[in-house]
Design a protein around this ligand. Structure first.
Ligand code: ZN
Length: 460
């Protein structure tokens, strides 16, 4: 194709191929652009300057929007339907009015709705609706007009498929649960310096932590603040009544069993918090020599899902019985008494596991459950415990000095085998926490930023 310049005025989806560099650029929104030396594939109607060109016979863009064949309003005018070749996209009209994108209703700068609900007409109805090219225009009974682009509407379609996609890709991310056999395959390691310096490595680490519930950051400098620097690369350290950081070292007269050198049984941290810390980061500065001091992990969601499938009665008891979790003690002179009632296995509204609470030392002797349920609960939790400790589910490994073990504290249970310090070498770990709200937020921001820079690089 000879060198040429094209001005694309508007389109639905277009793939531009630069003939010189052979780079591809996928354009997904309507705007005017100038392209030099390109061939192009356009999905739908478009204009090229003033000159109309036919829809390309080349391969169509997979991301292309569906053709809209007709637009209909329900008799009550509460549903607007857009018919495509193989689907009908329906939108509640009250939702459309509520989500009007005009500057009076929506502030683009803050990405916030500014409609005053104190003055909003909740009985508002469309007087007319029309679709011109890729834009839907609605005239409303409250003397307002709204315009929506087709892209924007399709992105927010109420179909089950679209809602599921949003839930699994943007709201929460898909998880892969594991037993002992798969652990080695899923445990990924990330270089500390690279995580601090490269956004792509930071994203890879956080995605791995989210998906598998565990990842190791390696080559960490033996400094007390290395862990905190890592959390601040994501967001900020989650403070608890043990402070911003906690030191795991054998010490006499401790108020927490983690600070003994004896075996630390499997547990989740701080189940007595309503807002339990999301992810645990344990920096190994000094490891014990010889036997002992090994870390133990098991995937509580994996075991929970096994129970759901094979022992549904036990699963039900563990998801329905409220347990009293507590922590009473003092740290740096400050006394605390934390309490939280929650089941061992917590589900969301979809029946998916979202949190495991498990800590023998931090379970109160008050047990606010009906008498007959208590006995059944012991049977069920006995089975759950046995499975967590079984070789099929339980992994043991020894952290190296300079490792930060990062794991999902709402999903994995962790423990440690007993160890003995040798003279001059006291096992030392510094731990801190991050909340999932902050990790998810960082992942979403990074994904957007990296996608954007990737697209920009394509054209260069
Ligand atoms: Zn408006």
């Amino acid at each position: 194709m000879p060198q040429q310049s094209l001005i694309i005025k508007h389109y639905y989806k277009a793939t531009l191929v630069n003939n010189v560099t052979n780079c591809r650029l996928i354009l997904t929104t309507s705007y005017v652009t100038r392209c030099e030396g390109v061939s192009l594939t356009l999905r739908r109607k478009h204009s090229l300057g003033n000159q109309q060109i036919p829809v390309s016979k080349q391969k169509r863009v997979a991301l292309g929007n569906p053709e809209i064949n007709s637009l209909t309003l329900s008799q009550k005018r509460d549903i607007l339907a857009l018919d495509t070749d193989n689907n009908t996209l329906k939108f509640p009209t009250i939702w459309l009015r509520d989500n009007c994108q005009c500057p009076a209703c929506f502030q683009r700068h803050s990405q916030s709705r500014t409609i005053d609900w104190g003055k909003f007409d909740f009985g508002v109805k469309p007087l007319s609706a029309k679709l011109v090219e890729s834009e839907l225009t609605i005239e409303w009974s409250d003397n307002h007009r709204s315009n929506f682009t087709l892209d924007w509407l399709i992105e927010r379609s109420f179909t089950e498929e679209k809602r599921k996609l949003f839930r699994n890709k943007i709201y929460r991310f898909e998880r892969t649960t594991w037993g002992a056999d798969e652990f080695g395959k899923y445990l990924k390691k990330f270089d500390y310096k690279s995580v601090l310096n490269e956004d792509s490595t930071l994203l890879n680490w956080l995605e791995s932590l989210t998906k598998y519930g565990v990842a190791i950051v390696t080559n960490v400098p033996a400094k007390n603040n290395s862990n905190k620097i890592l959390t601040e690369r994501v967001a900020f350290t989650r403070r608890t009544h043990y402070g911003e950081e906690f030191t795991v070292i054998a010490k006499d007269g401790t108020t927490n069993v983690a600070y003994l050198s004896s075996t630390l049984p499997l547990h989740t941290d701080l189940p007595y918090y309503h807002y339990a810390p999301g992810a645990n980061l344990l920096h190994c500065l000094v490891q014990s020599q010889g036997k002992g001091g090994e870390s133990q992990l098991a995937d509580g969601f994996h075991v929970g899902n096994y129970l759901k499938l094979h022992e549904p009665e036990s699963y039900k008891i563990l998801t329905k019985t409220l347990v009293d979790w507590s922590d009473v003690g003092h740290e740096n002179g400050d006394h605390f008494h934390s309490l939280h009632q929650a089941p061992v296995l917590c589900e969301d509204e979809f029946g998916d596991l979202v949190r495991v609470n498990f800590s023998q030392p931090q379970r109160d002797s008050h047990f606010n459950a009906p008498l007959e349920q208590v006995i059944l609960w012991y049977e069920a939790v006995g089975l759950f415990t046995k499975l967590l400790y079984s070789p099929e589910n339980n992994v043991t490994f020894k952290l190296a000095e300079g490792d930060i073990l990062t794991f999902d504290n709402l999903r994995l249970v962790h423990g440690r085998s007993a160890y003995a310090d040798t003279t001059g070498r006291e096992r030392l770990l510094i731990g801190c926490y991050l909340d999932w709200d902050e990790i998810y937020s960082r992942i979403r921001v990074l994904r957007k930023q990296l996608k954007r820079s990737k697209e920009m690089n394509i054209g260069q």
